[in-house]
Unconditional design. Structure first.
Length: 281
């Protein structure tokens, strides 16, 4: 790949250098978490994590494993910076979002460290474009502390089942109510919109259900305005893991397979709506 030979301008080593034969693999994942202008990027030897938050109520993480890249080198234990995600996506798609059959945009991404810009070298059809994107001091991010020992209920669904649900439920509702239970209705999605209440039930032996691990009955409501950004990831995904902890915090983990069959993950964490009362249930 011609871009892999690009040397640092002044001989200083890059703390992060990564190459991709097809920049679309990265841009499509980043679009799935693009609901705010800014994102925080974390790079370790395992790969890249891009985190976006809004109002300390919702957090999205795109995980791009090191194996996805043709080259991925991190010279420090971890590299962290904040960046304008809108600008980054504009740069990644500078040659357009859809390439001609058999062509793709090659990417080399370099970062020299704190205070330096993120450098992008993009090449398509022999034309090379260089972009420099200013980086910023990273914000402190929420820690949802969603370790497996704190998960109360977990199901894995084929994504088409959840896509159909979002198409059928009344999105004029302010909240989406999720019930997960070891007994009937097992997994229920409810909305309370202009047309009245609507419920969609999934039996635990449904063809769409790949795994069902529910330990106790939980009913929680989540603001639909917070969940809507996650539908971008849902549209790309083939499976979704839905988990809740004892406080009702929600984790939606989407498994996304790219054009080359490689697997990446996008995860959304969402706080429950505090306005719910026992009487409403």
């Amino acid at each position: 790949m011609p871009l892999s030979a690009q040397p640092p301008a002044n001989g200083e080593p890059y703390v992060l250098a990564a190459s991709l034969d097809n920049a679309r693999h990265l841009s499509s994942l980043l679009r799935a978490v693009h609901f705010q202008d800014h994102a925080t990027c974390f790079a370790t030897a395992n790969g890249l994590r891009v985190t976006v938050e809004d109002a300390k109520c919702i957090q999205a993480n795109a995980f791009i494993q090191a194996e996805i890249f043709q080259e991925f080198a991190v010279q420090e234990e971890s590299v962290t910076f904040r960046i304008n995600l809108s600008v980054l996506l504009d740069c990644l798609t500078i040659f357009g979002t859809s390439s001609l059959p058999g062509t793709s945009t090659a990417l080399r991404m370099c970062y020299r460290g704190y205070g330096y810009p993120l450098m992008l070298f993009l090449e398509e059809g022999g034309v090379v474009t260089v972009c420099k994107i200013n980086t910023q001091e990273p914000d402190e991010l929420l820690d949802f502390d969603f370790c497996s020992t704190k998960v109360v209920n977990k199901i894995i669904l084929q994504s088409e089942g959840l896509r159909e649900a979002f198409a059928e439920l009344d999105m004029t509702s302010e909240v989406l109510q999720i019930t997960m239970s070891p007994d009937k209705p097992y997994f229920r999605l409810s909305t309370f919109g202009n047309a009245g209440s609507a419920h969609l039930d999934y039996p635990k032996d449904s063809d769409l259900m790949e795994a069902f691990h529910c330990n106790q009955t939980q009913t929680n409501r989540y603001k639909i305005s917070l969940l809507k950004p996650s539908t971008k990831a849902l549209a790309l995904s083939c499976k979704v893991s839905i988990r809740t902890d004892a406080q009702g915090f929600l984790s939606l983990q989407y498994m996304i397979r790219n054009e080359d069959g490689q697997i990446c993950f996008v995860e959304y964490y969402c706080c429950p709506d505090e306005d719910i009362t026992e009487a409403e249930l």
